[in-house]
Design a protein around this ligand. Sequence first.
Ligand code: BTN
Length: 272
Amino acid sequence: MTRAELVNKMSLDLEFIKLSLAGNLVGQTIFYRQETGSTNDDAFELGCSGAPEGTVVIAEKQSSGKGRLNREWHSPAGVNILTSIILRPSFSPELGPLLPIMTGVAVAETMNMYCPEKVHLKWPNDVLINERKVSGILAQIKMASGRIEFIVLGIGINVNMLRDQFPAEIFESATSLRDEIGKEVSRIELIIRLYENVAKWYKALVNEGFEPVKRKWLAMTPMIGKKVRVMLREEIHQGTAIGISNEGALILQTAGGKEVKISAGDATIIKE
Ligand code: BTN
């Protein structure tokens, strides 16, 4: 076993993670898988069988990792973070989209601890370092009788992945924490900080509403005031980003001065 493999193996010592997270809402119950299809699918199943709020699934490898908009999520085994968190919020379903936004803020804040001032958020919840994607979030909601029964927040973070491990199609647009800071990162430390930050921002959202999350999101995005294009299948919207709504939609002002709220899609800043 190489040194890198050893550090990564040791880094997911579950007992240590649990001990470090004593009293934290997220990470009290951990399901660890060497390999699985998708941690989101596993968490969804656990959610259906009544797993408590804060339960997490962690995997070293996914054979069918899922991304947003029906894409795939690629990650080599044992070097990154692949996790899904179950939350059971009691707020109304229209506010469901605020949960992945809140998670984006928590991930960005965690990344910022390693790479200060270089971390940005791209709507809705991509986390970028030096304009390259380091993390993505996939939320899946289970509704029952018109309310949210639970939500699965799937988080993929490229931690110790090396440049030559990125597939060709994302080689230019993606990065890893290690690539950015030039040294290996302890995944155990990172995952503990991540679960602490998710719990902290979730509590803020539940107790204080969207305002604090929104403020932090706006402070970490370069999009506001920029020309932005949002694509969703055949649909394309273009305009100046002027904010996010209280339901988590991106607000664009079109060339004609009209304000439109976009609730899903892939956003890019148009370079002029
Ligand atoms: C995106 O497209 O940006 C979202 C990617 C989400 C990937 C994570 S990895 C852990 C969890 N399990 C999955 O199958 N997907 C999410």
